[in-house]
Design a protein around this ligand. Structure first.
Ligand code: ZN
Length: 159
């Protein structure tokens, strides 16, 4: 008899997005993204971080203060990193698993890359202008928005 308590695809890919988020150096926000083909193959991964060559130790991670001294000018979001990391993959019809609902800037990149579905976990900025603009664009572009529903169950493995 085969095992019955294996994780489903959504748990698997969101789990990988969460694991990927753990690579982030951002002290306040760790976000991960996992792009998956319609055949359930992983096409790309990304987490929020500074652009290549911009040292994590020299760039600001502040959220407040003069704009040039905040992270917002510099950080590349998880979704954008995942899209840019997938340069050799066709993302048309793909879905992206994100640990946090995308901002309006990543939304533009998601739509333009041809991604067809966003499965999101956190949504703490739901009422912000950025999220409202993101939902507006997704709706018009026909991108499906699916809230992730964790089962809460624990899968035990023998090692
Ligand atoms: Zn973003």
């Amino acid at each position: 008899m085969k095992r019955e308590d294996y994780i489903n695809w959504d748990e698997y890919f969101m789990g990988i997005a969460l694991l990927t988020a753990m690579r982030s150096k951002d002290p306040n926000s760790q976000v991960g993204a996992c792009i998956v083909s319609p055949e359930n193959k992983i096409l790309s991964l990304g987490y929020n971080g500074m652009p290549m060559g911009c040292s994590d130790d020299e760039m600001p991670w502040e959220r407040e203060g003069a704009p040039l001294q905040t992270k917002y000018m510099y950080v590349c979001h998880a979704e954008l990193n995942a899209i840019l990391n997938s340069a050799h993959n066709n993302l048309k019809g793909a879905r992206v698993y994100v640990t946090l609902f995308p901002c309006n800037e990543c939304t533009k990149a998601i739509i333009q890359s041809g991604i067809a579905e966003v499965v999101y976990y956190g949504d703490k900025y739901h009422d912000s202008d950025s999220s409202i603009a993101a939902r507006f664009m997704f709706e018009h572009a026909g991108v499906r928005l699916t809230p992730y529903k964790p089962t809460g169950r624990r899968v035990e493995l023998e090692l």
